[in-house]
Design a protein around this ligand. Structure first.
Ligand code: PLP
Length: 429
C-alpha cells in the first residue's frame, strides 16, 4: 500500500512550509490531513491509495468541463510537441484575446498573465496610472489574490484606513486601500463623499466566492457603476472566479452591468496557469508598449496554457452549456437544502450559474462578511468530514464557494445528496 495521506502530509512538511503551496489546501480550518491527489477524471479525483472522491472544488474553479477532458488534454499535448515557451508572439495568444473580447461584454482589449493575482495587481496599477489617483476601494471578505495593495481587510468602520491582512504588507500600502462592507451601497457612498476624488478604482467580486458564495443584492452593482461614473473612478470587476463560471459572459453579462476593467483567471486557463485583465480600449491603450503603464511576464500567453484555455472556451461556448450547468447546480443545492430541512439542521445554500455555497445558519440569506463569519463553523467541519468519509470532496473551508462541472451528471449529484442525507442524519442524531 502507498503511504497514507497523513504520512504524505508529514513528509511534505519537511521542505514545504505547512506542506502546501497555497494555505487553504492544508485543511487548517477543518482539521485532519489533506487528500494527496494522484489523478483525476471527470467529476472525480483519486488519492494516492486510489480512494475516489466526487470533487466540488475543481482546482478552485478552472475545471468547468471536469477533470482531464480528452479534448483539452489533446490540445495541450499537441501544443507541447511544438515547444513549451518562446517568449515571442504566437497566434494562439491572438486567438485567446479575440475569444475573450468576443465573449466578455465590456472587453475591447486584453492582456494575458500567468495568474489571477497578476491580473488584479496589473489592473490596479493600470487604474492608478489612468486616473492619476492612488486610493483603492475594496470589499470586506472579497479576495483578489495576494498582491500587497489587495491583501488588506477592513478596520472597524468604513472610513478607517485599511489594516494589512498579513505581516509584510507595508502599512503605507494598506493606508491606500479602503475596505467597505459588501452589499452596502450606503457605506460606499459615504466613503466617496469623503475621499471620492482620491479613488482610482473600486474592485469587487461581482458574486463573491471567497467568503463562500454571496451574490450581489439587487441594485448593488448598478450603484457601484453610478458612483464610479460620478467620481471618475475605474470600476473593476474581478471575474477571476465568476468569469465563464456564472454565465458565458461572466457576472457582467448575468447582471447586465459593464465594468471599465475586468480581471479573469481560472476557467480561461482550463487548468493551466493563466490570468487576464482587459476592458475599455482607452484605458488598455495605457499599457506598455502602447503607453506608460508597465506590465510584462516571461510566461504570459504561454502556448500550452493558451491551448488548454482556448479549447476550454470553445467547448463551453456551445449553446445551452450554462443553462445545463446552472440546472445541475440548482438540483444539487435544492437536494442539499431539502436534506438539511428534513433533519432539522439549519443550513441554506446560495448559488449562481456553476458556483454555490453552503451556510450553516438559521438566517434565510447571507449577504456580507459578518453574516458569513457568524455561521456555525463546527457544524461545517462535521459536515465536511462526514462527506469526505462518504467520498465527496467539498472545499476544506466554510469560506470558499463550491463548483459544479459539466462532468457532474445526475449520478454524481444524486450520490452527493444521498451522502448528505446520511451525514446530516448523523449530525442531527
Ligand atoms: N481574484 C479572485 C476573485 C480569486 O478567487 C482569486 C483566487 O482564488 C484570485 C483573484 C487570485 O487568483 P490566483 O490564485 O490565480 O492568483
Amino acid at each position: 500500500m502507498t503511504a497514507s495521506n497523513h504520512e504524505l502530509f508529514e513528509r511534505a512538511q519537511t521542505h514545504i512550509p505547512g506542506g502546501v503551496n497555497s494555505p487553504v489546501r492544508a485543511f487548517g480550518s477543518v482539521g485532519g490531513d489533506p487528500v494527496f491527489v494522484k489523478r483525476a477524471e471527470g467529476a472525480r479525483f483519486f488519492d494516492e491509495n486510489d480512494q475516489s472522491y466526487i470533487d466540488y472544488v475543481g482546482s478552485w474553479g478552472p475545471m468547468i468541463l471536469g477533470h482531464a477532458h480528452p479534448d483539452v488534454i489533446e490540445a495541450v499535448r499537441d501544443a507541447a510537441k511544438s515547444g513549451l515557451s518562446f517568449g515571442a508572439p504566437t497566434v494562439s495568444e491572438t486567438r485567446m484575446a479575440d475569444l475573450l473580447c468576443e465573449l466578455v461584454p465590456s472587453m475591447d482589449m486584453v492582456r494575458l498573465t500567468s495568474s489571477g493575482t497578476e491580473a488584479t495587481m496589473s489592473a490596479i496599477r493600470l487604474a492608478r496610472g489612468f486616473t492619476g489617483r492612488d486610493r483603492i476601494v475594496k470589499f470586506q471578505g472579497n479576495y483578489h489574490g495576494h498582491s500587497d495593495s489587495l491583501l488588506v481587510e477592513a478596520g472597524s468602520g468604513a472610513l478607517t484606513h485599511g489594516v494589512p491582512s498579513s505581516p509584510g504588507v507595508p502599512k503605507a500600502f494598506a493606508d491606500l486601500t479602503t475596505t467597505v462592507e459588501y452589499n452596502n451601497l450606503e457605506q460606499v457612498r459615504e466613503v466617496f463623499a469623503e475621499v471620492g476624488d482620491e479613488v482610482a478604482a473600486i474592485i469587487v467580486e461581482p458574486v463573491v466566492g471567497n467568503m463562500n458564495c454571496i451574490p450581489p443584492e439587487p441594485g448593488f452593482l448598478e450603484g457601484l457603476r453610478h458612483v464610479c461614473d460620478e467620481y471618475g473612478a475605474v470600476l473593476i470587476f474581478d471575474e477571476v472566479m465568476t468569469g465563464f463560471r456564472v454565465s458565458l459572459g461572466g457576472a457582467q453579462e448575468h447582471y447586465g452591468i459593464k465594468p471599465d476593467l475586468t480581471t479573469m483567471g481560472k476557467v480561461i486557463g482550463g487548468g493551466m496557469p493563466v490570468g487576464a485583465f482587459g476592458g475599455r480600449r482607452e484605458i488598455m491603450e495605457m499599457i506598455s508598449p502602447m503607453g506608460p503603464v508597465y506590465h510584462a511576464g516571461t510566461l504570459s500567453g504561454n502556448p500550452m496554457a493558451m491551448a488548454a484555455g482556448v479549447k476550454t472556451l470553445e467547448l463551453i461556448s456551445v449553446p445551452g452549456f450554462f443553462d445545463v450547468l446552472t440546472r445541475r447546480t440548482q438540483a444539487l443545492c435544492d437536494g442539499l437544502s431539502a436534506a438539511a430541512k428534513a433533519h432539522g439542521i439549519p443550513m441554506i445554500t446560495q448559488n449562481v450559474g456553476g458556483m454555490f455555497g453552503l451556510f450553516f445558519t438559521d438566517k434565510d440569506r447571507v449577504a456580507n462578511f459578518n453574516d458569513a463569519t457568524a455561521c456555525d463553523k463546527e457544524a461545517f467541519k462535521a459536515f465536511f468530514h462526514g462527506m469526505l468519509d462518504e467520498g465527496v470532496y467539498f472545499a476544506p473551508s466554510s469560506f470558499e464557494a463550491g463548483f459544479v462541472s459539466m462532468a457532474h451528471g445526475e449520478a454524481e449529484i444524486d450520490a452527493t445528496i444521498s451522502a448528505a442525507e446520511r451525514v446530516l442524519a448523523r449530525m442531527a442524531g
